[in-house]
Design a protein around this ligand. Structure first.
Ligand code: CTP
Length: 490
């Protein structure tokens, strides 16, 4: 069969005329016409459903299509693939009864309409064939239940038994059935609700939100990888703090990221108090997100004060302090990364640790700025200097705009000075000129501790500005230090 291309009067009717036009264009696609025509041949009903329809109504183009058919979804997938291109492969997932194909950048997933029933200890349902109604009812949120018919006689007919279209218009996340049931069936939906609310800037219906809070401990049966995937999506949103506020309000954060939930709260002793570090962290996160879409820089914002609760101290004279939270925070990062199943390589884990560890350094330079301190910062931050600056600027949160302006101006001065030293000394990508091999040859040494000590001394001298990072000066310094150290050893 050839790829079908038919012009059809569509029966969908979103209130917004632009959205309507968009859907008409989206639906009038050869791929969807082909699926409809093949379904007609097989005498099956086929519908496009879920995220593709939701996103079409919201004018967010997507190339992921979910097809539900009343009957054998695997057979429909095989026949559609054959009619699009007889070499096209279909991937089948027998356990889930789904099949998937990739065609010209489109990813199409097929499933037979089903009823699902769940047992309390497992997130795997037992599945029975069902009607389209059954299938819509088993879905997570009303905005994801919309189905559009692809069969020729009803092409474009919208089936919306749960008023998903109205919820899309009003910006509401709501379950189609009893929310306790929907969330117990698949607890990942608890976080999906917050993810959709954050991505789309929607509200979550009160009853739905209440149920999420009630069944939050059921998240413990969900694999960490799937939870983490949702968290990444929340963090990648335009205003990620919204999602974290919801996670906190429902006490879900205590279950999935207790260290972050622990940041919340303010202590007051007499006239002394400190800011709520959870609210502050969210402000920093939003500030970073307004300037950068880098996922791990956003995570660094979340982690930057993570050790504050553990380092909190009170003295009647100075009030509250969180001394050393940057160092302890950097030490806490790896264990949280492992638990969250984040990548633990140097590029990601090392990067986040570095930003957490250094986040107070640039601001500290406002008060005590020596070229040596600047060189040290340049050396330690290396290529991540710009990201560190961005985080530090984002960290300036105060309700008093005069204070913020003052701090930012101080920061401008530090930044200018840092860039000036870098232009002069090129410390950022410091590579030692004196190699271990040269040291061994000069002093007739075999590999030993002293070589490391000499190298370290040369690096310190460069950072302190005692010598330039140039061969002659560095060589002479090596000679001096080497002889001193070796004399001591004799
Ligand atoms: N679905 C569900 N419960 C889940 C996951 C998915 O009911 N835990 C249903 C929803 O109807 C959803 C559809 O399956 O729309 C497809 O799921 P998925 O591809 O994960 O999400 P999308 O809605 O397409 O959105 P996104 O691509 O942003 O994840």
């Amino acid at each position: 069969m050839k790829i079908a291309k038919k012009s059809t009067t569509l029966a969908v009717s979103p209130a917004d005329p632009c959205a309507l036009q968009k859907i008409v264009t989206l639906l009038d696609h050869p791929l969807l016409h082909t699926i409809g025509a093949v379904a007609d041949d097989l005498q099956l009903q086929a519908y496009v459903v879920g995220g593709f329809v939701r996103d079409a109504f919201l004018n967010r183009p997507s190339k992921d299509i979910d097809i539900v058919c009343v009957g054998d979804g695997m057979l429909l997938a095989q026949r559609v693939a054959a009619s699009l291109d007889n070499k096209l492969e279909v991937t089948t997932f027998k356990t889930f009864g789904t099949a998937m194909l990739n065609w010209k950048g489109w990813v199409v997933e097929f499933v037979g309409a089903r009823k699902e029933s769940y047992c309390i200890t497992s997130r795997h349902p037992s599945v029975l064939p069902g009607t389209l109604d059954d299938d819509q009812m088993r879905r997570d949120f009303t905005i994801n239940t919309l189905a559009i018919c692809l069969n020729q006689n009803q092409y474009g007919l919208l089936l919306d038994p749960f008023n998903g279209q109205k919820d899309l218009e009003n910006g509401i996340i709501k379950t189609p059935c009893d929310p306790l049931q929907t969330f117990s069936d698949d607890p990942l939906r608890i976080i999906r609700a917050i993810r959709f609310a954050t991505q789309l800037n929607f509200n979550i219906a009160e009853e739905t939100l209440g149920a999420m809070a009630m069944v939050r401990n059921r998240l413990k049966i969900i694999s960490q990888e799937r939870i983490t995937e949702e968290l990444h999506k929340i963090i990648a949103a335009h205003k990620p703090s919204y999602g974290f506020q919801l996670l906190f309000k429902t006490k879900i954060l205590e279950v999935i990221f207790p260290e972050m939930a622990n940041l919340a709260g303010r202590d007051q002793v007499g006239t002394h108090s400190h800011k709520d570090n959870f609210i502050h962290t969210l402000e920093v996160l939003d500030n970073v997100s307004a300037s950068s879409s880098k996922l791990w820089l956003r995570w660094a914002a979340i982690f930057h004060d993570i050790a504050k609760p553990l380092t909190k101290q009170f003295s009647p004279k100075q009030g509250f302090s969180f001394h050393g939270h940057e160092d302890l925070g950097a030490k806490m990062v790896p264990q949280i990364f492992r638990r969250m199943k984040f990548p633990t390589n140097k590029e990601i884990l090392g990067y986040v640790q570095k930003l957490v560890k250094l986040h107070l350094r640039p601001i500290a330079l406002v008060e005590q700025v020596t070229d040596g301190a600047i060189r040290r910062l340049l050396y330690e931050s290396g290529d991540d200097l710009e990201d560190l600056f961005l985080l530090c600027r984002a960290d300036i949160t105060s309700k008093n705009p005069i204070k913020v302006a003052q701090y930012l101006a101080n920061f401008d001065r530090v930044e200018a000075k840092v860039l000036d030293v870098e232009a002069r000394d090129k410390i950022r990508n410091f590579q030692p000129i004196i190699t271990g091999e040269l040291i061994m040859n000069t002093f007739h040494l075999k590999p030993c501790k002293t070589i490391g000590l000499i190298k370290q001394a040369i690096k310190e001298a460069v950072l302190e500005g005692k010598i330039k990072n140039e061969y002659e000066e560095a060589f002479n310094y090596m000679y001096l230090v080497g002889n001193q150290l070796l004399a001591k050893e004799e």
